[in-house]
Design a protein around this ligand. Structure first.
Ligand code: DQA
Length: 150
């Protein structure tokens, strides 16, 4: 019998200002661009046999809409909510409403930065949080997510 492999579908969400990676505060975020991060994730997806789709937006409502439509379309979410991490009850509620496993990722270690970044409103709705590893945070997040939904 031939066993059919069903590929897991992962939605990767990048929040505000992450489109500027490469030139944005390189001392904190490094010089790797968002398109490079996405290509590395695509490459890893092939190895891990999953399908990744990407969204970058600077608009909170777009993130809420995308998460709201994710049930049935995706098996899990990787999200770097960027500045909305510290402010958005709406994104937290959207993740809880969708009921999909989500991994929160950050390039920087938010706990080693300004105090207002120490609190994440998203973490309690996520399965786990990976931060501080630069672009690798996303790759580690993808591996962790696939492990959870396997
Ligand atoms: C960030 C950390 C946030 O505090 C910040 O607002 C960002 C990026 C990170 O990936 O390190 O935009 O989410």
């Amino acid at each position: 019998m031939v066993k059919k492999i069903i590929m897991k579908r992962i939605l990767v969400i990048h929040g505000p200002n992450l489109n500027l990676l490469g030139t944005r505060e390189p001392g904190i975020y490094g010089t790797v661009t968002l398109s490079k991060i996405n290509s590395a994730l695509k490459k890893l997806s092939k190895t891990l046999r999953c399908h990744t789709s990407f969204l970058q937006t600077n608009h909170e409502g777009e993130i809420v809409d995308a998460i709201g439509k994710s049930k049935g379309k995706y098996d899990g979410i990787i999200i770097n909510p960027a500045a909305f991490t510290h402010t958005s009850v709406a994104i937290r509620d959207a993740i809880l409403a969708a009921g999909l496993p989500a991994i929160e990722v950050h390039l920087s270690n938010i706990h080693s930065r300004e105090e207002f970044r120490h609190k994440s409103l998203i973490s309690a709705a996520a399965q786990g949080v990976i931060m501080g590893f630069g672009p690798k945070s996303y790759e580690l997040g993808l591996m962790a997510l696939l492990d959870i939904i396997a």
